[in-house]
Design a protein around this ligand. Structure first.
Ligand SMILES: [Zn+2]
Length: 237
């Protein structure tokens, strides 16, 4: 007699896991395709990502504890079923989904940034000429900020003001791409529980992360060592 609610509960947990997996796939497509829909408004797509993350949490993950509290637990209370074991199932499933959702955000942020980068990096592909003598100027392609360029013909100093969508690359976009490239190190850091294992994994993660960041922004090479120490200190606090 007591088996029926347990079967239903197990079925529910299985179904919600499957729904969660499907949702993550669909949600990633929604986030990535939002860039075309909003004319590559990076922060607009970023807000979409955050809203979807919140929605998945409320509509899927929280449903486990709601269902337990409102339906399963009241049913089991009057039986001889080991309800603590059933409650533990709810905890485990929720915890696993929370862990997966956090990783999904990490990866999706990276993929969104990569897609944005491929678009925005082309925005300075045009020719830029000296305002005084009209000779072609060489603009640094991976310096996502205003540049002062001395003309090699007439020595005039030109100010190159890149457009905002291009400058945005130098902010969160490169950070998230570097993080995506350091995904393996990130997973190892998550796995390392504590002590020296964690400290080593953490250092390896930040070394890889800043190494990738330097590839995207060569002028940050000078501060790489300092940046690694600062990031570790910041995360340890
Ligand atoms: Zn010139």
């Amino acid at each position: 007699m007591t088996h029926e609610p347990i079967n239903q509960w197990n079925n529910f947990l299985e179904k919600i896991r499957a729904r969660f997996e499907d949702t993550l796939v669909y949600a990633k497509e929604t986030v990535l395709s939002s860039l075309e829909k909003n004319q590559y408004d990076y922060y607009g797509s970023f807000r979409t990502l955050k809203a979807i993350q919140q929605q998945i949490y409320t509509d899927v993950i929280q449903k486990v504890s709601d269902t337990w509290q409102n339906q399963v637990e009241p049913l089991l209370r009057s039986t001889t079923v080991n309800w603590a074991a059933e409650l533990k199932k709810a905890h485990n499933v929720s915890e696993e989904m929370n862990r997966q959702l956090a990783l999904w955000v990490y990866i999706t942020e990276g993929q969104l940034s990569l897609k944005y980068y491929d678009y925005a990096i082309q925005l300075i592909n045009g020719d830029f000429n000296c305002s005084q003598c009209n000779s072609p100027l060489s603009v640094k392609k991976d310096f996502f900020n205003a540049q002062y360029i001395v003309c090699s013909y007439c020595q005039a100093v030109n100010t190159f003001e890149p457009e905002t969508k291009y400058v945005t690359i130098g902010w969160n976009v490169v950070d998230n791409i570097a993080a995506l490239y350091a995904l393996n190190e990130y997973k190892l850091m998550l796995k390392a529980q504590s002590g020296d294992d964690y400290t080593n994994a953490q250092r390896k993660y930040y070394e890889r992360y800043f190494e990738e960041r330097v590839k995207l922004m060569p002028h940050t090479a000078a501060s790489k060592t300092k940046d690694i120490e600062l990031a570790i200190k910041k995360q340890s606090n």
